[in-house]
Design a protein around this ligand. Structure first.
Ligand code: HEC
Length: 219
């Protein structure tokens, strides 16, 4: 009996709908609540009561002011040619390359591969109208650095751009890191310091003697 009574109390009092129907912010939608309290006329003439306000035309959010022709933003110089060097806003440091590596591995490696060879997991498994290209192939070694920035930012052919997901600084860092990947797979022995050449020779020597002794260890 008490069970039935408490059930009745619960159902009769618990099912009130006033919280459901009350005025409130509707996500991505005009809401009575804001329209009544603080109506805003949008630039299209409509009254908006959105929780998030429409941007007035020709305005820029604080801290977002950028010169749209700045090479840092476009990847191109005043005559419209792709930059061959990093823009002055960024400095080539170890931290900058680390940032590029991190962002490359997050945003690009799944297709272009961690080594930049175009063998990312999506490239290997996906059905592509055009194959995912290698970023370290010979033809791209002579492309200006702005090429990698602007392909990343605005997209390239069927590849979509990352301008909305990454900052310009991150995109420059990724472009610089693509250069690292290119060098890592096309390095010239002559470019190494004498100590590094010596280390390399020792490593090869060690490898050879390991190979020579390996069958004996097995027996
Ligand atoms: C979802 C897969 C995918 C991801 C992720 C991706 N790409 Fe691509 N990328 C492609 C494909 C596919 C092409 C070739 C497009 C075509 O030919 O139409 C391409 C082309 C390119 C090219 C032109 C290469 C050439 O051959 O000239 C560059 C540069 C490039 N991508 C850089 C990047 C960078 C930088 C990132 C990360 C910010 C990135 N891509 C992320 C799939 C991807």
């Amino acid at each position: 009996m008490t069970g039935v009574a408490s059930l009745a109390v619960l159902t009769l009092t618990g099912c009130r709908t006033d919280m459901w129907v009350q005025q409130k912010v509707q996500a991505q939608d005009s809401s009575e609540f804001y329209a009544l309290a603080d109506p805003v006329q949008g630039f299209d003439g409509k009254i908006y009561g959105d929780g998030s306000r429409p941007m007035p035309p020709n305005t820029i959010a604080r801290g977002r002011l950028q010169d749209p022709n700045d090479p840092f933003v476009t990847g191109k110089d005043a005559s419209g040619d792709l930059l061959t060097k990093l823009p002055p806003q960024v400095k080539l440091t170890r931290e900058f390359l680390n940032l590029g590596q991190e962002k490359y591995n997050i945003f690009c490696a799944q297709c272009h591969g961690r080594a930049g060879d175009g063998m990312g997991m999506i490239a290997l498994r996906g059905q592509w109208p055009r194959p995912v290209p290698s970023l370290v192939r010979e033809q791209l070694l002579t492309q200006p650095i702005g090429y990698f920035f602007s392909s990343g930012k605005y997209g390239f052919g069927i590849m979509y751009g990352y301008g909305a997901r990454m900052t310009d600084e991150e995109l420059w860092a990724v472009a610089a890191y693509v250069r690292v990947l290119q060098l890592s797979q096309n390095a010239n022995l002559k470019d190494l310091s004498p100590e590094d050449i010596e280390k390399l020779a020792q490593a090869q020597q060690a490898k050879r003697s390991n190979q020579a002794t390996a069958p004996m260890q097995e027996n």
